[in-house]
Design a protein around this ligand. Structure first.
Ligand code: GUN
Ligand code: ZN
Length: 431
């Protein structure tokens, strides 16, 4: 059956980083979808003309837009989010690695995967790109939970063979066999896809990086995700482990792990050569603002990187990041923009959390916007979800002033409804 949702429907015609931010946006009365695909945006009458028997849900003055796309997360870190007081390398050893050891247990992995995906859906996130642990069970659990929820997700087994506990290390041969088995089992099934996932260069030998590079060229429709230039201590460590490398990016490039479809999380302390190569190869960078402040990593150069035409997404980096919410993540991106002298417009923040992240995953032809032919992942945001936000929004003189308080102060209470693949999955009230 065709569904028609009415409200303030927000779509992007172009990038709000290319000209006046608000000119990139088009507002409509309604959106229509059928069998999981969007069939139209326009006036209510136009949408009803597509199918006079359509079921209509009127969301009043609420904002209807594409679901959020979180381009870099670690679902296995759900239970250790907000762990106190460490910087990256100590944080990994103290909190992350002990927790990740538990994911060889299929029951535990399944419980966390379900809890994680339910939490992000309640926060308006309809797609994520996740790291799993070294264990095949951790990927199976995540893909199964996403498949049950009809979500488009990307995930891959974190591959490590040094500088991590034995229980989280594989070998070159076992990593190759596991990755290939997981690609065969999950990649391209329903809305699931696989990302080859070297955790970061310090935890793989050159031989393992070579193997992953070869595996990627043998499976070129897979994405490749890893970490790049997050903290200065980490960068110094990479330099000592790979003295032959020109820079951090070169530890991937030399092993076949750079190209379109490569997604690098953080990318804060980049050298000029790294920026040039990222741009030339069409790789993606993912800004993780709550993580970069929580772990104390540094300030991402959004304005400079956008100006040079880099492909950039936005992400929570749960649980290095301190939130599951892309609203909170947009607020942190705004604050980092302020600290670097370039505040982001609300139209730019919402674009980063939808179209930008979808582009970073090379999925902009499927998700991240509302247009005929895209998949029906939509959220309905209440722009007056708490008394304080409502009080502020009442003073708004235009749409953007009405939206910005929700970006800065909103949480899951602002997420009124979530439709995934054309099916309503979250509803705050009967609608
Ligand atoms: N670098 C390598 N592993 C990780 C991780 O799990 N989180 C973050 N933030 N950085 C990393
Ligand atoms: Zn990460």
């Amino acid at each position: 059956m065709t569904q028609v949702l009415c409200g303030q429907v927000l779509t992007y015609a172009t990038s709000p980083f290319d000209g006046a931010p608000t000119e990139a946006v088009q507002m409509h009365e309604s959106v229509a979808f059928r069998d999981g695909m969007i069939v139209g945006v326009g006036t209510r009458a136009e949408m009803m003309a597509l199918d006079p028997g359509a079921q209509v849900t009127d969301y009043g003055d609420r904002l209807i837009m594409a679901g959020f796309v979180d381009a870099h997360v670690h679902y296995p870190q759900t239970a250790i989010i907000a762990s106190w007081g460490k910087r990256l390398l100590d944080w990994l050893n103290s909190y992350t690695f002990p927790e990740e050891m538990r994911f060889g247990d299929a029951t535990y992995a399944g419980m966390i995967a379900e809890r994680y995906l339910d939490t992000v859906q309640a926060n308006g996130t309809t797609s994520v790109c996740s790291y799993c642990t070294v264990h095949r069970t951790s990927v199976d659990a995540f893909m199964t939970a996403a498949q049950t929820r009809g979500m488009r997700v990307v995930a891959g087994k974190s591959t490590m063979n040094r500088n991590a506990p034995d229980g989280l290390c594989d070998t070159v041969a076992s990593a190759e066999a596991d990755n290939q088995a997981l690609i065969d089992r999950w990649h391209g099934i329903d809305r699931l896809s696989y990302a080859i996932t070297p955790r970061f260069s310090p935890t793989s030998t050159r031989e393992q990086l070579d193997m992953l590079g070869a595996l990627w060229s043998a499976n070129p429709t897979c994405l490749m995700q890893t970490h790049l230039s997050e903290q200065t201590d980490e960068i110094a460590w990479v330099k000592s482990l790979f003295p032959e490398a020109r820079d951090y990016l070169d530890t991937y490039e030399a092993h076949g792990l750079l190209g379109p479809g490569a997604i690098y999380g953080h990318a804060i302390h980049l050298e000029p050569r790294e920026r040039d190569r990222l741009k030339e190869t069409g790789a993606s960078l993912v800004h993780c603002p709550t993580s970069n402040t929580f772990i104390g990593s540094g300030l991402f150069d959004m304005a400079g990187l956008m100006a040079e035409g880099q492909r950039i997404g936005l992400a929570t980096d749960t649980g290095g990041g301190s939130s599951f919410s892309m609203l909170r993540t947009m607020a942190a991106a705004y604050e980092i923009g302020q600290l670097t002298g370039t505040p982001l417009h609300a139209a730019q923040l919402l674009w980063l959390a939808t179209v930008g992240s979808a582009r970073s995953l090379r999925m902009q032809d499927k998700i991240g916007n509302l247009a005929p032919g895209l998949e029906a992942d939509l959220i309905v945001l209440d722009l007056k979800s708490t008394p304080a936000i409502a009080f502020r929004a009442e003073r708004a003189e235009d749409l953007w002033e009405a939206i910005f308080p929700t970006i800065m102060m909103g949480d899951d209470r602002a997420v009124h409804a979530v439709w995934v693949n054309g099916v309503r999955r979250v509803a705050r009230t009967a609608q």
